[in-house]
Write a protein that binds this ligand. Structure first.
Ligand code: ADP
Length: 295
């Protein structure tokens, strides 16, 4: 079982040839709305990959909130921990260009209400194998969830995004840190991924750095280092690659896989997702992941 404490947004996605610079207006080709937010994305990725998933989060009293809840429920995610709070749901305003690159503005709105644990949250966390955290909610909420995970012997997995300085107290409750290359550089103060990994292992026992099309890198304090290549695919939209990676990784770890094996599954899952548009709409099924691994 995977518990997720994190953000739920409606992604408002515009597809353009080349993203506009400041002061510039460009015509887009297409527009989609699709549920997203790092928390909901990780929850959906894990559920589609076959995990039992519990989502702890907050949506607003608007149509976006109802749609986010419905999509999570339809994917089999346990939404007992998802509250509806006054005001708007979180939104992410995303521009995707023809190379599959993106730039994103997130307006947290309801996600700001997830600043502490509510009644029942600790029970939802306690029954899980792993707890997935990100940084799109108030720091106090993330810290409270991490503490609950640690108290209950749950593996605490933090995606440190958007990149922000982390307190020693929070880091002391994280088992596995999964930054992308940019986040790793910010946290470690070192550009080179191998050096960043070594620096981050001073802070937490296990680290996976994702390197986009260049794959991913794992290390732990016993000296284990593993590099997992990505699958060569034509990327059209890398929006939720990292979230898909983490959701599938947690699913595989929950099934008893060792980290390197779980990373191979996660890489395959992320490779399927980058070939399709959208965040939650691009999450692969387990059958699609297995098919890519077998190819
Ligand atoms: P984020 O989306 O958080 O920035 P990354 O870009 O590092 O994270 O991507 C996470 C993982 O997704 C990578 O480690 C890789 O396995 C996979 N991935 C990302 N981009 C591609 C790509 N263009 N082709 C194949 N796999 C990719």
């Amino acid at each position: 079982t995977v518990a997720v404490f994190g953000s739920c947004n409606m992604d408002l996605v515009a597809y353009v040839g080349t993203a506009p610079k400041r002061g510039e207006t460009v015509l887009g080709r297409e527009f989609h709305t699709v549920p997203g937010g790092k928390g909901a994305n990780q929850a959906l990725a894990a559920a589609k990959a076959g995990a039992a998933v519990r989502m702890i989060g907050a949506v607003g009293e608007d149509d976006f909130g109802a749609e986010i809840r419905a999509v999570l429920q339809k994917s089999g995610v346990d939404v007992r921990g998802l509250r509806t709070v006054p005001g708007r749901s979180g939104t992410a305003h995303i521009v995707v260009d023809d190379e599959g690159g993106n730039s994103i503005v997130v307006v947290p709105a309801a996600n700001a209400a997830l600043d502490a644990l509510a009644d029942g949250d600790e029970d939802l966390i306690a029954g899980a194998d792993s707890l997935l955290l990100q940084l799109e909610n108030p720091f106090s909420g993330v810290a409270a969830a991490a503490a609950a995970g640690r108290r209950n012997g749950v593996r605490v997995v933090l995606t440190p995004a958007p990149a922000a300085p982390l307190s020693a107290d929070l880091l002391s409750k994280v088992d596995l840190l999964v930054p992308n290359e940019h986040e790793a550089a910010v946290l470690a103060g070192a550009e080179d991924p191998h050096r960043a990994l070594a620096a981050l292992l001073e802070l937490v026992p296990e680290v996976v750095i994702t390197l986009g099309a260049r794959g991913s890198l794992y290390g732990d304090r016993t000296g284990t280092w593993v590099e997992v290549p990505s699958f060569p695919v034509d990327a059209v939209d890398t929006t939720a690659a990292g979230d898909t990676f983490v959701g599938v990784l947690a699913t595989a770890l929950g099934e008893g896989a060792e980290v390197p094996e779980a990373m191979r599954l996660a890489s395959a899952g992320a490779a399927v997702s980058v070939q399709r548009a959208g965040a939650s709409s691009s999450m692969p099924t387990r059958a699609e992941i297995s098919a890519l691994l077998a190819a």
